[in-house]
Design a protein around this ligand. Structure first.
Ligand code: JFZ
Length: 475
């Protein structure tokens, strides 16, 4: 893989991300998450209500790249599974022949939605078209799609949309609006069609021709043929001028005013998307989402079996929720239509925990404290991006609802554990899983203390609820 992983525990995830970001920066896609912060807007807040409560979604990267699964002509092709065509510079005429081999007979849309539900996820986002340009839905704008170009001939998105409708699951579509390596006018395919930009920095492809003949019509198809679309997940906005971005935004707003736009259109997003696998160091009131891998690739690769453990998944989810964000966690189904068993098992284990402790997660707000996230290196050390090194604390996190704080412990806390100082009177402390009271005492310094049983009742993560007078914490 191109992105090296640092040894060590949870904090290593941040370093890994930073190294990966440095790697993608070279390809010009690392700036996407810095799109303009959304302006306050009541219609937007209304659209966002379900998203803010949902907290946890399933990302699915599935396409022709699941067939080579990281290998081309017996040669390992490093990097992300879905970037194989680019990384191994596979010519269009060769890559598109994969379509004739795409026949995922074990694909079962209901089973995928069931997995998301078992995992405790509240929405699904699937790749309708990734950078390789292949549509996983029937399209009149291009015959390079799953119905017209494969022996499978089934509309994957339609089946998934129907299963989601039956089971009450929200569904959104990832759509690569800018990069399309199949089209001469699309961005990104330099090996067949030459560079996107000339030496003078001017565009040298018929990019608007591609946008108008394929990308815009396909986004219209997605918004008119599959029922309510929860969100469109645009990505890598190369050459997306405000004017071009606005054309997509207008299509979305006109056809489905409730559909959310992610943070990578290049303009007009409803929420912010962080860099891949990046969790910010502090809380934010703006809606945001971390797209994340469950191993180290999005699209399936046979050689990546380094699955995140259930406890790691839960830590990341609750870390994100305690900072006000959403966790969009990816699986990469195989070419036969099955999602790798190990990733399913880990998601389901985390999901069983959420069935007991979900009150601490769904519709929960961020921590009113913040000191638990960690601190900057007192010695002035710098991270790989040259910024002040943040040393995360991973022992516990807090999420909040009116009158209640949820302390989730990932390791046994010190005894007694002192909650951060607050002026409200604490009325009750109890374990969320079984409702058993936890004795507490009010310290003179405004810090309530309690002692959690050892070993922790749930060694993976134990939630202690602190109920207090009033609806918001006063510090
Ligand atoms: C993009 C895609 O290129 C990738 O294949 C995958 O679909 C992922 C979810 O999104 O990769 C990115 C895009 C943006 C950043 C990093 C990787 N970013 O802003 O840091």
């Amino acid at each position: 893989m191109s992105c090296r992983r640092s040894p060590g525990g949870r904090p290593a995830a941040r370093r890994f991300t930073a190294v990966c970001l440095a790697a993608v920066a070279a390809s010009g896609i690392a700036r996407a998450h810095q799109a303009q912060p959304p302006q306050p807007d009541p219609a937007r807040e209304h659209r966002l209500a379900w998203f803010r409560a949902a907290k946890y979604g399933l990302f699915i990267h599935w396409g022709l790249y699941a067939i080579p699964a990281g290998e081309w002509h017996g040669r390992r092709c490093p990097g992300l599974g879905e970037w194989l065509m680019n990384r191994c510079q596979v010519p269009v005429r060769e890559y598109e022949q994969l379509a004739a081999r795409f026949n995922p007979v074990k694909f079962d849309a209901d089973a995928w939605v069931q997995l998301a539900q078992d995992a405790g996820m509240k929405y699904i986002v699937i790749t309708a078209k990734h950078h390789d340009g292949f549509a996983m839905f029937k399209s009149n704008a291009s015959s390079y799609n799953v119905v017209d170009a494969t022996p499978f001939k089934r509309d994957v998105l339609k089946e998934l949309a129907d299963a989601c409708a039956r089971r009450g699951m929200r569904l959104g579509f990832y759509y690569s609006q800018s990069q399309d390596w199949h089209e001469p006018g699309g961005a990104g395919n330099t090996w067949d069609f030459g560079p996107d930009l000339g030496p003078d920095g001017r565009e040298r492809k018929d990019y608007d021709g591609y946008l108008r003949s394929k990308a815009e019509p396909q986004v219209r198809e997605l918004l008119t043929r599959y029922g309510p679309v929860a969100l469109i997940w645009f990505d890598t906005p190369r050459s997306m001028t405000p004017e071009r971005g606005q054309r997509f935004a207008t299509i979305v707003r006109t056809l489905q005013p409730s559909t959310l736009i992610d943070g990578r259109l290049g303009t007009e997003g409803d929420y912010r998307s962080t860099g891949d696998n990046v969790v910010p160091d502090a809380a934010s009131g703006l809606a945001w989402e971390t797209p994340a891998t469950i191993n180290h690739t999005w699209g399936y690769r046979t050689d990546d079996t380094d699955w995140k453990a259930p406890g790691t998944i839960l830590f990341k989810l609750i870390d994100i929720v305690s900072k006000g964000g959403n966790y969009l966690l990816n699986v990469g189904p195989m070419a036969d239509g099955l999602i790798p068993q190990a990733s399913q098992a880990n998601l389901r284990t985390a999901g069983r925990w959420l069935r007991v402790n979900g009150e601490a997660v769904y519709a929960a707000g961020p921590s009113p404290f913040g000191e638990e996230f960690g601190e900057y290196s007192a010695r002035g050390a710098l991270d790989v991006r040259g910024q002040k090194l943040f040393l995360p604390q991973t022992e516990w996190r807090v999420t909040a609802k009116p009158g209640r704080l949820y302390f989730t412990f990932f390791n046994e806390p010190r005894a007694p554990f002192a909650i951060p100082a607050m002026r409200n009177r604490v009325t009750r402390v109890y374990r969320l899983a079984d409702g058993v009271d936890v004795p507490f005492s009010a310290g003179g310094d405004g810090r309530t203390t309690f002692t959690l049983d050892r070993p922790m009742p749930d060694p993976m993560a134990t939630v202690v609820v602190v109920a207090y007078e009033g609806s918001a914490v006063r510090r």
